[in-house]
Design a protein around this ligand. Structure first.
Ligand SMILES: *Cc1c(COP(=O)(O)O)cnc(C)c1O
Length: 415
């Protein structure tokens, strides 16, 4: 059996219709290595990593500095428990993360494993915070539209993407799903612990942009009603929107922030939930201890990778190069739309883009991506919206090549 056949025999893939995956016609793409924005399969074919390996990769694959940091850390120790002990990479990473925010705003870092657990942690923090304050009736969460905050049960109860979450909607935590900001006027704010929001852009909803100023308005509403603001920057964090964090665009600081995907530069599963001194201090008495954590919390290898990634931001101008690339992408997207009338919408926030194709009632996004793959671009679609979210290191020529591959693929599928 070749590797693909063994995969089809033994593996159950995430978000994947498995009958199709396992069918005789399907040939699983076996990824062998990566270099910068490129990934290579085991037949030596090269692809641009057009969705940054599901929105995680930042500085490119196989980055020498991150590789070196990981190798060095593994030479010392790969893991030790964070319950009762600590380690240098985790300490230095926490200090550096806090240093990315204005002083006396976000002051504490709680480590976990991935976006979902960073959100679970944020939700439990919020609920317990109000219990400690004697307001245990504040135990509900508010989310908007087609929110996506992860797949563990707590995080998925926040989710609004019907296809992913409707089966589980009766389980999980109490969540009020709103379709518009106006509906906030109708909720009983006395029972709300927090609003959970993807700032500026909802990713899994199909790259949906919030109107300018919305984030700030939500911050003001939370302040007026003593509701916490939890920002999910799992996808938007670490440069993706053109700033280090999306909330900087509207000068908003949340009470709790969830970070994951790009935290390690896209290398290893590591997440962080950041919060204010005010919330942290409420948990100080022994009876208020936060009984939450995971076996791999504060993993030193993940933290070493994340530290290296943040140093690259600081020393290699990964952020200051962005405006020019973002501008280039926006022209390329406009051109794609002008030249192909089947492209009905392009949505962009920084280096995050959604290209929506007219399907006439059919879901053709995946087919477009599968053909784009033959032309050297690897990405995925959400319905008929093709996502383009490359590593930040992509250059203009590679952006242009990606758009050409997409243009060809769209023409082949819808003419
Ligand atoms: C991917 C994502 C998550 C979930 O992160 P995982 O690491 O997949 O658990 C949560 N929120 C947002 C906005 C995401 O894009």
């Amino acid at each position: 059996m070749n590797l693909g056949d063994k995969d089809k025999s033994f593996i159950w893939h995430p978000f994947t219709p498995m009958a199709e995956w396992c069918s005789d016609a399907s040939e699983p793409l076996v990824i062998e290595r990566g270099d910068g924005v490129y990934i290579y399969d085991n037949l030596g074919r090269q692809y641009i990593d057009g969705n940054a390996s599901i929105w995680t990769n930042v500085h490119g694959h196989c980055h020498p500095r991150i590789n070196e940091a990981i190798t060095k850390q593994i030479g010392s120790i790969a893991h030790c428990s964070f319950l009762g002990t600590t380690n240098e990479p985790a300490i230095l990473l926490a200090e550096r993360l806090i240093g990315l925010f204005p002083s006396k705003s976000l002051e504490r870092v709680f480590f976990s494993d991935d976006g979902s657990t960073a959100i679970e942690c944020a939700m439990k923090m919020a609920v317990q915070y109000f219990q400690i304050k004697g307001q245990s009736e504040r135990c509900r969460f508010v989310t908007f539209g087609n929110a996506y905050h992860g797949d563990t049960l707590g995080a998925s109860s926040l989710g609004g993407v019907e296809r992913f979450f409707s089966r589980f909607s009766d389980l999980g935590l109490p969540v009020i799903h709103l379709n518009s900001q106006e509906e906030l006027n109708e909720v009983n704010c006395e029972e709300i612990a927090a609003i959970v929001l993807e700032p500026l852009v909802q990713g899994a909803a199909g790259i949906r942009l919030w109107p300018d100023g919305m984030l700030k308005q939500i911050r003001d509403w939370c302040d007026a009603h003593q509701v916490l603001l939890i920002l999910d920057e799992v996808m938007t964090g670490f440069g993706r929107t053109g700033r280090m964090f999306a909330c900087e665009h509207e000068d908003v600081i949340p009470d709790i922030m969830a970070l994951a995907k790009g935290l390690t530069g896209g290398y290893l599963p590591l997440a962080a939930t950041l919060t204010t001194g005010e919330i942290f201090n409420a948990f100080l008495d022994e009876e208020n201890t936060f009984y939450y954590g995971h076996s791999y919390s504060g993993n030193p290898v993940g933290c070493a990778a994340a530290l290296a990634s943040l140093k690259i931001f600081e020393e290699e101008e990964a952020l200051s190069d962005l405006p020019e690339k973002i501008n280039y992408l926006s022209k390329a997207l406009e051109q794609l739309k002008t030249e192909n009338h089947k492209v009905i919408d392009v949505r962009q926030c920084g280096l995050i883009a959604g290209i929506e194709i007219l399907g006439n009632g059919e879901i053709i996004g995946p087919e477009v991506c599968s053909i784009a793959r033959d032309y050297g671009l690897l990405t995925r679609a959400i319905g008929n919206t093709v996502v383009f979210m490359p590593p930040l290191v992509i250059n203009n020529e590679q952006i242009s090549n990606s758009m050409c591959a997409l243009q060809t693929a769209i023409n082949k599928v819808v003419g």
